[in-house]
Design a protein around this ligand. Structure first.
Ligand code: SF4
Length: 292
């Protein structure tokens, strides 16, 4: 947990605080937006408002647990044990958010899909004991989808614990992922199961891929995300490490698929009311990006 000695002066006085070790990953601001805000001057988070309601206190505790840098502290220890056991927390239907972000993936979000044919882990959270225990109680993991080379974090520990099959595009396999159970190649979508489709989306990295689940949820890694409180879609040349023209082409390709949710590694989630609305949002993003 964070230390008082390094407490940022921007924090509102009270039990919760952020210290100087914050890496500005956005996890806390997404989990508890009424408590945490971003200081653009410092380039990190701080406690803008101490939580007042029990719901806000719960969200602040979840942020403390999820923080990849242990940069959040509190003098109020009540409820922390419960918060440490709360992840994965529900996003929608059988899709949950894993919390326990890892600094190895710069605090990227990872997700858990509970499905009768075998549970899926989307990218790797920190292999924290309470999360491993909870995932085991929920039936373990049979498949681990790795969206790209940057968000693999503790993939090996999850594979060891749950004997799951890890899937990664061959173009993003590296020294730390060369032993994954399944790599795939090429630029064509690949059906993993009736309800799971791999879609190559090169751009951010050469081997970036999205996972489409039930034609409803698209897990996008760092290819595409929500912005402005989840009111629009976004992608950015500033975090494109491989090819921006290819990333634009990959975004355009997503128009061929039907989905309602964008669940990214970094950035906010985006939920459209229908596949038609998602298509409109994607077309709007492409227009904005092409205008430059
Ligand atoms: S979750 Fe932690 S590291 Fe990330 S922005 Fe918040 S305080 Fe900083």
């Amino acid at each position: 947990m964070a230390t008082q000695r390094l407490r940022l002066p921007e924090n509102e006085p009270g039990p919760f605080f952020v210290d100087e070790t914050c890496i500005d990953c956005d996890t806390c601001r997404q989990l508890a937006p009424s408590v945490f805000a971003r200081s653009s001057r410092r380039g990190c988070s701080y406690v803008a408002h101490q939580p007042v309601s029990e719901l806000d206190r719960r969200d602040a505790r979840l942020a403390l647990v999820a923080c990849p840098a242990a940069s959040i502290g509190t003098s109020d220890k009540q409820g922390l044990t419960e918060a440490s056991r709360a992840f994965p927390v529900l996003v929608d239907q059988e899709v949950s958010y894993c919390g326990y972000a890892s600094s190895d993936s710069y605090g990227a979000s990872s997700y858990f899909i509970q499905r009768p044919a075998g549970n899926v882990l989307v990218d790797s959270p920190r292999a924290a004991a309470p999360l491993l225990t909870r995932v085991a109680q929920l039936g373990g993991v049979s498949l681990m989808f790795l969206s790209h080379r940057d968000d693999v974090a503790d993939h090996a520990l999850f594979a060891q614990r749950f004997a799951c099959r890890r899937v990664l595009h061959a173009a993003d396999a590296a020294a730390d992922t060369r032993d994954v159970e399944q790599t795939w190649d090429g630029d064509q979508p690949k059906q993993l199961a009736d309800d799971l489709l791999l879609i190559p989306v090169p751009g951010h990295t050469r081997g970036s891929a999205a996972l489409l689940y039930r034609n409803r949820y698209l897990f996008t890694g760092d290819h595409l995300w929500g912005a402005d409180g989840g009111t629009r879609l976004a992608a950015s040349r500033s975090v494109c490490w491989y090819s921006w023209p290819q990333q634009l082409a990959s975004l355009e390709r997503l128009l061929d698929f039907s989905f309602e949710w964008v669940l990214p590694g970094h950035g906010q989630r985006f939920h459209a009311g229908s596949p038609t609305e998602m298509r409109r949002a994607l077309e709007d993003l492409l227009r904005r990006l092409r205008r430059g």
